[in-house]
Design a protein around this ligand. Sequence first.
Ligand code: CTP
Ligand code: CA
Length: 230
Amino acid sequence: VAMLTAPKPLAGQRVLVTAGGTVERIDPVRYITNDSSGKMGFAIAEAARDRGAEVTLVCGRTETTAPNGIRVVKAESAAEMHEAVMERLAATDIVFKAAAVADYRPLHRATQKMKKTTDQLSLELVRNPDILQAIGEWKETNGGKPFVVGFAAETTDVEKHALDKLNRKKCDLIVANNVAEAGAGFGSETNIVSVYGQGGLVEHVPQMTKRAVAERLLDIVQADVKGTVK
Ligand code: CTP
Ligand code: CA
């Protein structure tokens, strides 16, 4: 009954969430990835769905199963995620860029399983496209939409790096977490984040479940997008 009567403040809003770590293939059986579990992104997607939004979840490698009532788009590599996100931007009102995108991918991807021959092996890596940066640039030439929430995973100087990313990638908000802190970051059931906007710190969210963090983030976004979306 509570669910049926719950207010739907995001009704009519199209929300795109990216979650999980990207997988960058070396050969058919080996790859580079990271410790992202996808839990933060999934929690945001579920919270937005429950507030009435039409949610698309673009996900890389995750430990979580696809939630009901959410359109799930699989994207293995950063390149695939880049394409999946860009082609949906025109039909998106709010983006949450929670995925842990690999910064580099192997320069060459072997089509057959690599054989061991030498005692040493170097793997040459090349930079991946920065999807969040591309969204920020797209926005500038497309009427300032969608509203963009970036994330920053840091282990030192969290505020400094987060504000730098906010400005460089032209996000509306950036959600920073210290991934080395107990109770926060990759794989954890809880998170501790600080949300920054153009004017500096918006809110420090103390340790709570990722779902509760998601609800706080949606409250902040709803207050911010009022009047700018639709
Ligand atoms: N991001 C992205 N595409 C990339 C790298 C990062 O879209 N190729 C996004 C992430 O999804 C996140 C934000 O950028 O929303 C910050 O990611 P993070 O790894 O913290 O920052 P980087 O800009 O990659 O900088 P660095 O890893 O050097 O700290
Ligand atoms: Ca990175």
